[in-house]
Design a protein. Structure first.
Lengths: 301, 272
């Protein structure tokens, strides 16, 4: 409706001034277009093109093949996919229950607004500071280790838990994954209509029936879509893992980080191919999120 | 109903534990540092604690220089982001509704393409090439870093400003300005911008929160900022990194709080 008004209105009031405004207006779009081309599209596009180039400028698929030839690169891709999958599913799982508790759980409104604000903070609290927060908590001499030792007589470091491991990094990632899930999933829960629950009850359905046959089927595209978003969110993250583990846990972004700093792979083409691989993975998952979200919006409105 | 809200309270309590304990632990860890010859402030777990790490990390000259650079970069990224996004969002509303989808798509790209890929592109295109203006001096690289931060914040800034534009009548305001003889830039900066002020401020605070602790861009463009300083001292200082991590958290918190406050004043503005 609004767009029809906008598209039909300008010709109606056209005149000398109106036409002057059009060219001025087109000029006004130029800075944004120029910026997007110079600092987003061309730099990224350049990498993707170079992934298909030989050092002397010919076309090749060798760089991409090299990924599959080098065990260490393949392993870091797998590690990244695993850590992103586990932290995405974990984040979606716990985030789902928190989102449920604050929307449908019958809690006082201040709890909800406090948690939503905190989720906004925590989903942005990634990177180096987050790593130090968890070193202070679950590190060898962190608060948890001290409390277990002094209050319960338990040697935390003998339990086998290691913050600088797959499990440790996953727990750290959940600190920004769960809040992101809460932020994207609360609107979906709010879209559940009261009438659906009433209709189930009228037809003799229990609360479990309602969730099994109504709520979950309506919500699952949102759940799956949010999980994909969380996956992409974790997959590109580098600062947290770098500050936490240095380069001992070689996820792909850390591998690429070292490559950008100083061609540690001794093969610039391979660096570009890794970049291409990362972009493909995040594009597919983000695309899946967008697709599933528009699908779920047919129901949840 | 009773058991349901009990279940909800259990969930929220467990969540609060997971999210609050690391913050308390960071505070406790930072407070383990004691200045020599000073009497400790209080005792916890049988050990003395003080706020010394907070004081000593803030008075460090390296910290001050790098933190100031982060602040300046954040402000520069906000100003540039606003100058770039506000006219674009305005013109799309007013003149080019057909550009809406492609522009929206471009502004969402930095969420799809990981930051490390974008900075990889910058590094190969603008640092490793002889013709580039951005590798001639540290200041020139800071300019490139600012552009990088504008790109990182673009999805949030654009979405915020676009939502603000949707809530005002852009066309009527523009025509009112024109009939009073205002120029295009005057309409934009004296009429439109004040009307989307709270949306612009939300985008600005979010930009600030993103830039202030950022590590990947700065590190790979080799510019020392707060995030890289924090990573660096993390390797050789025991307690100060925790103190600074906590400060970073509260800066993020302050930004989100300010967004809530300006967001609330939006509802009050039309009434006046």
């Amino acid at each position: 409706m609004a767009t029809t008004v906008l598209t039909t209105a300008p010709p109606a009031k056209a005149g000398a001034a109106g036409r002057g405004l059009i060219s001025w207006a087109a000029l006004g779009m130029a800075p944004f277009a120029l910026f997007a081309v110079l600092f987003l599209i061309v730099p990224t596009g350049l990498l993707l093109i170079r992934a298909f180039e030989t050092p002397d400028g010919g076309i090749t698929l060798d760089n991409i093949a090299e990924i599959f030839r080098q065990e260490s690169i393949l392993r870091s891709f797998w590690l990244s996919i695993e850590i992103s999958t586990v932290s995405a599913i974990g984040g979606a799982f716990f985030g789902f229950f928190i989102a449920y508790a604050i929307t449908l759980g019958g809690l006082p409104p201040w709890v909800r607004s406090a948690i939503m604000t905190f989720a906004g903070v925590a989903s942005n609290f990634a990177g180096v500071p987050l790593a130090f927060a968890f070193i202070s908590t679950l590190g060898r001499v962190g608060l948890v280790a001290f409390i277990l030792r002094d209050w319960f007589g338990v040697n935390f470091n003998a339990t086998g838990f290691n913050l600088y491991s797959f499990l440790g990094l996953t727990i750290v990632y959940l600190y920004f994954q769960i809040p992101l899930m809460v932020l994207v999933f609360v609107p979906a829960l709010e879209g559940l209509k009261r009438e659906w629950r009433e209709a189930t009850a009228v037809l003799g359905g229990t609360n479990a029936d309602y969730w099994r046959y109504v709520a979950i089927p309506v919500l699952w595209p949102s759940i799956l879509g949010s999980t994909l978003l969380l996956f992409a969110n974790a997959f590109g993250a580098v600062a947290t893992a770098y500050a936490l583990t240095g380069s001992s846990l070689t996820i792909v972004p850390i591998q690429l980080f070292a490559q950008i700093r100083g061609d540690v792979l001794n093969n610039p083409g391979l660096g570009y191919a890794i970049a291409l691989g990362m972009v493909i993975i995040t594009s597919v998952t983000s695309g899946g999120y967008i697709l599933l979200r528009s699908w779920s919006e047919r129901w949840v409105r | 109903m009773k058991t349901k809200s009990l279940f909800a309270w259990v969930i929220v309590t467990l969540a609060a534990l997971y999210f609050v304990v690391p913050l308390l632990a960071t505070l406790e860890y930072a407070m383990r540092q004691l200045a020599t010859g000073e009497t400790p402030g209080w005792f916890f777990l049988g050990k003395a604690h003080s706020f010394d790490a907070f004081v000593s990390s803030i008075v460090s000259p390296r910290f001050q220089v790098d933190f100031l650079r982060s602040m300046v970069l954040a402000v520069a990224a906000i100003v540039l982001g606003v100058l770039l996004v506000v006219p674009t969002a305005y013109l799309i509303r007013l003149k080019f509704p057909g550009w809406r989808s492609p522009v929206e798509f471009i502004t969402l790209l930095p969420l799809v393409i990981p930051a490390i890929i974008i900075v990889f592109g910058y590094s190969r295109m603008y640092l490793a090439t002889p013709w580039s203006p951005f590798n001639k001096s540290p200041f020139a690289t800071d300019v490139l870093l600012t552009f990088g931060y504008v790109t990182l914040a673009l999805p949030y800034m654009y979405r915020s400003v676009d939502t603000g534009m949707r809530s005002i009548d852009v066309k009527t305001l523009t025509e009112a300005g024109q009939s009073l003889g205002a120029s295009g830039s005057r309409i934009l900066f004296n009429i439109i911008l004040p009307n989307v002020r709270s949306a612009v401020l939300s985008g600005a605070f979010l930009t600030f929160a993103i830039v202030i602790g950022e590590f990947t861009f700065a590190s790979l463009l080799a510019r020392p900022v707060f995030g890289t300083y924090l990573q660096e001292i993390g390797a050789n200082q025991p307690y100060e990194p925790s103190a600074l991590a906590l400060i970073a958290f509260f800066i993020t918190w302050a930004c989100m709080g300010l967004i809530q406050i300006v967001g609330r004043s939006r509802g009050a503005a039309p009434a006046r």
